[in-house]
Every structure is written in structure tokens, then in C-alpha cells.
Design a binder for this molecule. Structure first.
Ligand code: GLV
Ligand code: MN
Ligand code: MN
Length: 433
């Protein structure tokens, strides 16, 4: 056991957030680091350099996930080598892992994902400074393309990592700009050689901003995340006939744009009608030819539906599709659907969730248990090992917005909880449950 508890250096953590936020910085204080873009590469380079400065062994796998290992006292894993986590030797105990992502949406904030990675590295920095090693190794992982804004599905790197999506399929995925994941990974130099799939991970704990208003509204400091709601992403294409906007009588139009707009309204109203935790968003829509005086002959739009209740989510998906079919039937239009992502709700490991709650309480941080509204890499890791998440409040509940903000004291306290949970997990006797 360790003789003295190391402590988070809050100023160092905040400085690192500021530094990484300069990479791909955009007006308003936000960040644009779409997955596998040049900015993502620069952010990755920055993060890898930081891992190496902490004497972590860095490996990059075939889907571009970056893992830094801080060797445990019983691990046999040498710092400073480029060994993969799962060497298959059986010599080192499985690492306790934390991490998140550093890709962002096009109009992202500086905390989403980045905070989890940098807080993990701050934990390692604190341990290293105090000369502390845990029994098990600690791993900090940056997962590829968590956002799914450029390439769908989201959580792609962690999904491939746990064997939920074949590597070849992920690499062949074409993004919104026509490039594939494989091409872009190779182009930015992050298609690594470490094996992916069936990882040997003891447990996974992800620290993240809430990205919603609940903690702030309740006046709480910390969220103990019990699970992640189900996510359904589809892209619909509606095809009609372009015609003159001034001469074509309303009754004779085959207007793909109007049908798409009806669906967008339907999705919003459906979420209100279902109530509870049902969410519905039409976040992207394109018309062709997209001109003021031409009736659109094509509309392509996305539908994002989420719910903690999988049966309700399925019902919502079916209703939306039936409404698209009905609108198109009424207006003489054709339609098709492309499934982009579908993940069932995930419940995190009860014992690990309790561990988070225990440390929040020990630190005197008022907390509540809640589900996550956003998707996270932890929901994929939950397929391979006990997983849990910690949330800190988001001011104004804003995220995927350049004005995303979390108070410094909350950022630091979240990292303090993360450190304690990681220490408890990583320092328990080998062979303990
Ligand atoms: C990913 O960030 C999502 O939940 O959309
Ligand atoms: Mn995130
Ligand atoms: Mn996000």
C-alpha cells in the first residue's frame, strides 16, 4: 500500500486543459478537432508527448487508439517501452484504465472528452511526483472518433477495441467529406501496430463533464453515473421532383424539403409526447439543389433518438419510420434509410458505481446518481470489464458548443475523485474481486 496519498495539482490540470484547447482553437473559446483531421493529429501529438514526458509506455493500435501505461509495482511492464497493453505474456496484471477522447464536433468546447484524458494524465503526474506506484498498472487511453461527427458510428475506437465492430469495417467507413477512416488514420500517421480486440482491462473509469443541466440545477458538485441511455442514429433520404417555385401549384408539388421538415417537427413532437427520457433531434439536413426558387428534389437528414428504455426507443424508431413512409406516400415521394448507429442502454457496474459514490461522499462533494444523456467510450468498455463514469457540472448545461464551461473547482474535484477511485481499484490485492 502507498504511504501517503498523492494529490492532484489543480493548477497543472487547468494549464493542460488550456494548452490542449489551443490546438484547433476556434472563435469563442471552442475547439474544432474533427476525428482524424490535421487538428486531431496535432492534438494527438501533444497528448503522446505528454504521456512520454510522464515516462508512460505508449502504444497505438490499428484503429488509432492511444494508450499510455504507468507501470504498477507488480506489473513487470517496463516504462518507456512501446509494448501493447495485452502482451499475452500473463506476467503483468491487467491495467485499471481511464481516459476518453480528444476529437471534437466541429463547434466543440474544450472539456468534452479532453477533460477525461487530461485528468487521467494528471493522476499519473501526481502519482509519479509522489513516487507512488499501484499494484496494477494504470492506463490512460485516448479513443479514436468518439464524437461520430465526421465518421459514424460514434464511439468507434472503443467499439472496435472491445470487439463490437470489425476493424476492417471501421477502417472502410466513409465520412461526411468522403474520406475513409483507414485513409485518414494512415494520412495522419496514427494507424498503429498494437492489436485491437478482446483487451485485458481490469476496470474502466471515465471522468467527463455532464454536458447537461441536471447537476447545476440541483446545486450538486458531482454526478455518479449509473449508465448511458440507448442511442439510435439514422439518415433518411427523401426524393421528389425539382420544379419552379413560382409556377408549380401547391397541390402538384413533389417537395422533398417539405416532407423532411414535417419529419423534423414530428421527431420533436414525438419526444414531447413520449415524455420521460425520450429525446429526439434532427441535427443535419441538406436540400438539393438548395436554391430559393427551386422546389427541393432531394432532402437528406439525420434523426437522433435516445432513451434509457430500449423498448420505448424501438417504438420511437418505428413511429418515425412509419411517419416518413406516410409523408412520402401522401406526396408521391420515394424514401430510404441508412442506419448510422444503434446502441442499447448500458448499466454500469454496481460495485464500481458505489465506489465512485463513496469517494464523492468522503470528499464532502454533494452528489447524485444519474444516467448519461451523451454517448461515451465507457459504455463500450462496459462490454469488456466493470466500468463506471464520474460527471462534473456543466455551466448552463451547454456542450457541443464553444461556450461549454465547467468551473475550475469542479474540474479539480472531479479529478480528485477519479484519482481515489483509480487508486482503490489499482491498489487492491491481486486476485481480489
Ligand atoms: C457523442 O458525443 C454523443 O452523445 O452524441
Ligand atoms: Mn465526450
Ligand atoms: Mn461530444
Amino acid at each position: 500500500m502507498m504511504e501517503r496519498l498523492p494529490e492532484i495539482d489543480g493548477a497543472r490540470l487547468l494549464r493542460s486543459l488550456d494548452e490542449l484547447a489551443q490546438v484547433g482553437a476556434i472563435e469563442g473559446g471552442g475547439v474544432c478537432r474533427l476525428a482524424l483531421s490535421d487538428a486531431d493529429r496535432a492534438g494527438r501529438d501533444w497528448t503522446v508527448a505528454r504521456m512520454r514526458a510522464l515516462d508512460m509506455a505508449v502504444s497505438i493500435d490499428a484503429i488509432g487508439n492511444i494508450t499510455g501505461i504507468y507501470a504498477g509495482s507488480d506489473s513487470g511492464t517496463d516504462s518507456g517501452t512501446d509494448s501493447a497493453i495485452d502482451s499475452g505474456t500473463g506476467a503483468a496484471p491487467a491495467p485499471v484504465m481511464t481516459g476518453s477522447h480528444i476529437d471534437t464536433v466541429r463547434t466543440g468546447g474544450r472539456y468534452d472528452g479532453n477533460y477525461g484524458v487530461l485528468a487521467g494524465l494528471e493522476v499519473v503526474a501526481a502519482l509519479r511526483q509522489a513516487g507512488v506506484r499501484t499494484r496494477r498498472p494504470l492506463a490512460v487511453t485516448v479513443f479514436t472518433n468518439e464524437e461520430g461527427a465526421r465518421f459514424q458510428p460514434d464511439m468507434m475506437g472503443s467499439l472496435v477495441y472491445v470487439g463490437g465492430l470489425p476493424l476492417a469495417e471501421a477502417l472502410a467507413t466513409r465520412g461526411i467529406d468522403g474520406a475513409t477512416v483507414g485513409e485518414e488514420l494512415a494520412r495522419i500517421g496514427y494507424q498503429g501496430t498494437a492489436a485491437v480486440g478482446a483487451p485485458r482491462v481490469d476496470s474502466f473509469v471515465e471522468l467527463h463533464i455532464e454536458q447537461g443541466p441536471v447537476l447545476e440545477q440541483q446545486g450538486l458538485r458531482l454526478g455518479v453515473v449509473e449508465g448511458v441511455q440507448g442511442i439510435s442514429w439514422n439518415e433518411y433520404t427523401i426524393e421528389g421532383v425539382s420544379n419552379h417555385a413560382g409556377t408549380t401549384p401547391m397541390a402538384l408539388r413533389r417537395d422533398a424539403g417539405h416532407a423532411a421538415a414535417r419529419v423534423a417537427t414530428f421527431v420533436h413532437d414525438l419526444a414531447l409526447r413520449y415524455g420521460g427520457r425520450q429525446i429526439g433531434t434532427v441535427g443535419a439536413m441538406q436540400f438539393a439543389p438548395n436554391l430559393i426558387n427551386v422546389i427541393p428534389h432531394r432532402a437528406v437528414f439525420t434523426v437522433d433518438l435516445r432513451n434509457t428504455d430500449n423498448a420505448a426507443l424501438r417504438a420511437a424508431e418505428e413511429e418515425v419510420q412509419a411517419f416518413v413512409a406516410q409523408c412520402c406516400e401522401e406526396a408521391g415521394l420515394a424514401w430510404s434509410r441508412r442506419a448510422l448507429a444503434r446502441f442499447a442502454p448500458v448499466a454500469f457496474d454496481c460495485a464500481l458505481v458505489d465506489e465512485v459514490a463513496r469517494h464523492a461522499q468522503a470528499l464532502g462533494l454533494p452528489a447524485m446518481r444519474l444516467p448519461s444523456g451523451a454517448g461515451h467510450d465507457a459504455q463500450m468498455l462496459a462490454r469488456a470489464c466493470p466500468a463506471a463514469m464520474i460527471f462534473v457540472p456543466s455551466v448552463g448545461g451547454l456542450s457541443h458548443n464553444v461556450r461549454e464551461f465547467t468551473r475550475p473547482e469542479d474540474l479539480v474535484d472531479g479529478a480528485r475523485v477519479l484519482m481515489r477511485v483509480l487508486l482503490a481499484r489499482a491498489d487492491r490485492p491481486l486476485g481480489a474481486p
